[in-house]
Design a protein around this ligand. Structure first.
Ligand SMILES: Cc1cc2nc3c(=O)[nH]c(=O)nc-3n(C[C@H](O)[C@H](O)[C@H](O)COP(=O)(O)OP(=O)(O)OC[C@H]3O[C@@H](n4cnc5c(N)ncnc54)[C@H](O)[C@@H]3O)c2cc1C
Length: 378
């Protein structure tokens, strides 16, 4: 393609910006919003390679959650109680920011509660409910987890397959599409420029200025900017190879509308499987733990192995007496750090990174964006 020279005006008004944010997911958009709040006169452009954000932020299950009982127990064993509580607090505060910023109706927030299905292998977790409730009391001021086995039949689950059901009134759910639309709209209203279809290929930090080289279907372009934030989640090493993050594919399916007996968000197997109602449909996802190696990928396709397992569990455990069709299947890519916490760091004089929500970006994205913006302004 012939590259024609750009005009003086194009250089002045489009290519020269105070801040460039790369990646239009929850973290990128939240970074831009927080930046604008502190520096309202700064020119901010966000570059996204999809036609609309096409990362985990538009593909997720929409759980407004902070950790199930078995997941919290597993974290306590792995990183200790204090670190576990600190992560849960971060998720809880992050959810508050998101809801306050956009409003519950704009993001389709509904609070039907959260539940965890325990099978025979996890039944010992019941003995630790009081201990976990004690740990969480400073944050929630009351009991978070309680046992309610009467709901197993009421919800229509296979009673002989499930040992116990744990209830958590604090969890909610959002409409992921509405949330991302609303976050994008809010950013635009603040004057943040969002350019899509732009693939950033290279960042050159020259000390006094940074250059961001991009390709677009109309040709290559280079932005000049004071500071750059890289918020590209599991793909961060494509631009900054010094950062390693484990990609983890999440596969999801959604049923046709059915006569559904439950509402709320549900987890099992330390959070590796999750399902919820979307109106009268069931959205069901997860299963990375049955093929960790295969799912450590940035490829967006679904696989027969995981989808078959999801379907089997749907027929045998979740909807044993209901006929349904599977209407849609998809996959998205999460980014996992060793600490289970997002990474917000300075990469060079003018480049900052904010990434790695460990599969909990709805809860962690807003706060991580705020921290990324703060570092950009230092
Ligand atoms: C199937 C699934 C279910 C999930 N369920 C939940 C849930 O229920 N609750 C929850 O809290 N979290 C959930 N998550 C996790 C949550 O979606 C993520 O933690 C969050 O969306 C991450 O946001 P992000 O902004 O870091 O990254 P992303 O949303 O991945 O955004 C990164 C963006 O960067 C863009 N990009 C990448 N490289 C470039 C480049 N070179 N140039 C320009 N743009 C680029 C990508 O196109 C993408 O839009 C789920 C994730 C998946 C995949």
């Amino acid at each position: 393609m012939t590259a024609y020279p750009l005009s003086f005006w194009e250089h002045e008004s489009f290519l020269s910006r105070d801040f460039i944010i790369i990646g239009g997911g929850i973290i990128g958009l939240s970074t831009a919003i927080s930046l604008h709040k502190t520096a309202p006169n700064a020119t901010i452009t966000l570059l996204e390679r999809g036609i609309f954000p096409s990362g985990a932020s538009t593909k997720n299950a929409g759980f407004a959650c902070f950790g199930s009982l078995t997941e919290i127990l597993s974290d306590c064993n792995r990183i200790g109680k204090d670190a576990t509580l600190a992560i849960i607090e971060k998720r809880w505060r992050g959810l508050e920011i998101l809801r306050k910023r956009l409003g519950d109706s704009a993001i389709g927030y509904e609070q039907y509660g959260g539940y965890e299905l325990l099978f025979d292998e996890q039944k010992q977790a019941i003995e630790q409910i009081d201990q976990v409730n004690m740990l969480l009391r400073p944050l929630f001021g009351q009991k978070v987890f309680s046992l309610d086995n009467s709901l197993i039949r009421e919800f229509g689950f296979a009673p002989h397959k499930i040992h116990s059901l744990i209830k958590n009134p604090f969890e909610g759910q959002i409409h992921t599409g509405k949330m991302m639309k609303s976050l994008t709209q809010y950013s635009s209203e603040l004057g943040i420029e969002i350019l899509t279809g732009i693939n950033v290929r290279e960042i050159i930090d020259e000390g006094s200025v940074a250059r961001v080289r991009c390709s677009h279907s109309s040709g290559d372009i280079t932005f000049h900017t004071g500071k750059v934030a890289v918020c590209t989640n599991a793909l961060i090493s494509e631009l900054l190879p010094e950062y390693t993050i484990k990609p983890g594919r999440g596969q999801v399916l959604i049923t046709s509308p059915i006569a559904l007996k439950f509402k709320g968000v549900f987890h099992f197997d330390e959070g590796f499987f999750y399902f919820r109602n979307v109106g009268n449909r069931v959205l069901f996802g997860g299963g990375r733990n049955i093929d960790f190696m295969g799912e450590e990928t940035t490829e967006l396709q679904t696989t027969k192995r995981i989808q078959d397992r999801l379907e089997e569990l749907l027929y045998s455990v979740i909807l044993p007496d209901t006929s349904f069709e599977i209407e849609h299947r998809w996959a998205g890519i999460m980014g996992f750090s060793n600490s289970k916490l997002p990474i917000v760091q300075k990469s060079s004089a003018n480049v900052v990174v904010g990434f790695g929500c460990n599969g909990m970006g709805i809860a962690l994205g807003s706060e991580t964006g705020r921290e990324t913006a703060q570092l950009l302004l230092e």
